[in-house]
Design a protein around this ligand. Structure first.
Ligand code: SAH
Length: 509
């Protein structure tokens, strides 16, 4: 049984501009074939275990040839797979969707087209430019700007297009502007006709340059504007002055600001969504993930089965506390199982976590280094004392070693393993040092340490405004050498967003 290929339009960039039907196809996909314009959040509609095939940037050498893409779709469909071929904008507007569909048809393979919102109309709309407008424009054309001017024998009817259509929207035309504008003027379009170039339309980084047909090529060159961008020609461009909404400070106070959102589980999406609604561009730093230790929970479960025999149990992190008590509960036990064992918690966050489980730590060493901890414990943990350390699998060996040197009998029980955030620390540091990031948000102490772990040092955040959800997080910042600029008064995500908005309003950058 052959599968099915859906040629799906993903919309122009704003992940909200995807259709319900497109999401539905993605949810059912076995294979997703996508290219550069696809937003990560759109890809996330597809199942995690689907096969994702990147077929590359149109202009890069790594791009898969169109013939190969067509073949790939056919092969996957023959295997009986549900294939989603995701395309920027609409698949049939300069998307080569027609070619892909034809090959499928020739092979007798079933396909469906899911139209998308094309950049040709939506990008002007986000720039406040209606492609038609009563009394100003009664027609518009969507034109490729990609025709090679040296090729000769152009298919373009410049004579008809230049004056026969009111609004002209050129896709893929940035590099070709000198040629396009020259043809337009040579064929009767006045040099002072309003024109605009919109780059990365519908996305938080959208930028718009308003010019005229006569000056466009020079202005774009001066501004260093690069693809992807569309070029709009016509009197409707004049409406932008009144209709621009997306990049207006009153409605989108964070427009043009890049905000680093350090993720603490599901909190991040809410924060990102709120900030993006206000115009910000958010870069999400994924959180560390806690997973099962490589050798499973055997050591932990074994220790739990005789927990009452230990003289000391040393917790080194709040995560360790959480995981340990999960195992304890699975064994049908609670805090009473500790019996006479004494408990040490390294750091106040760990002590707080323990308190939440009904245990007040006997010792809370402030010092995080093994030396300090051993110093605090040395009168208690001597020869023959049994010590249990439930902790992360990858933790350093110094603490158990030093305790063993004191004569203690130490059991290390891994209760979790942290998987490194899938973040390229080097790339993030580069963005920070390029001044690309305006704000960083912290919604808990662990987001502070997580980000510092990724970027290495507090200095990497130099020049970036820091916003904290509350005083505890702010204190963690200070301890790590970061002075917060904003601390929310109400310790919630909305409180944080509000505090940031106020900070902006007060005239900060
Ligand atoms: N099928 C797509 C167009 C593909 S051709 C659609 O319907 O939108 C690629 C060209 O589309 C780019 O070179 C650029 O001119 C335009 N484009 C696509 N997305 C864009 C965006 N978000 N902002 C500006 N131009 C965009």
């Amino acid at each position: 049984m052959p599968g099915m290929v859906y040629l799906v339009g993903a919309g122009p960039g704003d992940p909200g501009l995807i259709s319900v039907k497109a999401c539905d196809c993605l949810r059912r996909a076995d294979v997703v074939v996508y290219d550069r314009l696809a937003d990560e959040r759109i890809l996330a509609y597809a199942p995690k275990d689907a096969e994702y095939i990147y077929v590359g940037k149109a202009s890069s050498n790594h791009a898969m040839k169109q013939g190969d893409i067509n073949q790939l779709l056919a092969d996957k469909a023959k295997e009986g797979k549900c294939v989603v071929r995701l395309k920027g904008g609409d698949p049939f507007v300069f998307g080569r969707g027609g070619e892909e569909a034809l090959l499928l048809e020739e092979n007798g393979l079933p396909f469906e087209i899911v139209p998308g919102i094309t950049s040709a109309i939506s990008v002007p709309a986000y720039a406040g430019i209606p492609v038609t407008h009563r009394g100003i424009a009664t027609s518009f054309a969507v034109i490729t700007g990609h025709e090679d001017p040296t090729k000769g024998g152009s298919n373009m009817r410049w004579d008809k297009l230049s004056t026969g259509v009111d609004t002209l929207v050129f896709l893929m035309g940035v590099a070709n502007l000198p040629h396009i504008t020259k043809e337009l003027m040579a064929n009767g379009r006045p040099a002072d006709t309003p024109a605009a170039v919109v780059r990365w339309g519908t996305k938080p980084e959208q930028s718009t340059l308003v010019t005229t047909v006569g000056k466009a090529a020079e202005d774009v060159e001066k501004a260093g504007l690069k693809p992807p961008a569309i070029f709009i020609v016509g009197d409707v461009v004049g409406l932008r002055e009144k209709l621009r909404w997306f990049d207006r400070r009153e409605t989108h106070p964070f427009f043009g600001k890049t905000i680093l959102v350090t993720r603490a589980r599901e909190q991040a999406s809410k924060l990102t969504a709120s900030l993006e609604r206000l115009g910000a561009r958010c870069l999400e730093v994924p959180s560390i993930r806690l997973v099962e230790p490589e050798d499973g929970y055997q050591a932990a479960d074994e220790a739990i089965s005789r927990i009452g025999e230990y003289d000391w149990v040393i917790f080194t992190s709040a995560n360790g506390v959480g995981r340990f008590f999960e195992r304890l509960a699975l064994a049908g036990k609670d805090a009473r199982a500790f019996g006479g064992a004494k408990v040490a918690a390294i750091g106040t966050a760990t002590a707080e976590a323990l308190k939440g489980k009904g245990i007040l730590a006997d010792i809370v060493p402030w010092e995080f280094r093994a030396e300090g901890i051993v110093e605090a414990l040395k009168d208690e943990v001597g020869t023959g004392k049994k010590v249990l350390i439930p902790r992360a699998q990858e933790a350093r060996e110094i603490l158990p070693e030093r305790l063993r040197e004191l004569g203690a009998e130490v059991t290390v029980a891994p209760v979790y393993r942290t998987v490194a955030a899938e973040t390229d620390g080097e790339a993030l540091r580069q963005r920070l040092s390029d001044g690309e990031v305006d704000y960083v948000t912290f919604t808990s102490s662990s987001t502070v340490t997580n980000l510092l772990r990724i970027v290495g040092t507090a200095e990497a955040l130099h020049g970036v405004k820091t916003a904290c959800i509350g005083p505890v997080t702010a204190e963690t910042c200070r301890k790590n050498g970061i002075e917060p600029d904003i601390v929310a008064e109400e310790y919630t995500i909305s409180g944080l967003v509000e505090a940031m908005g106020k900070f902006l309003e007060d005239g900060a950058v």
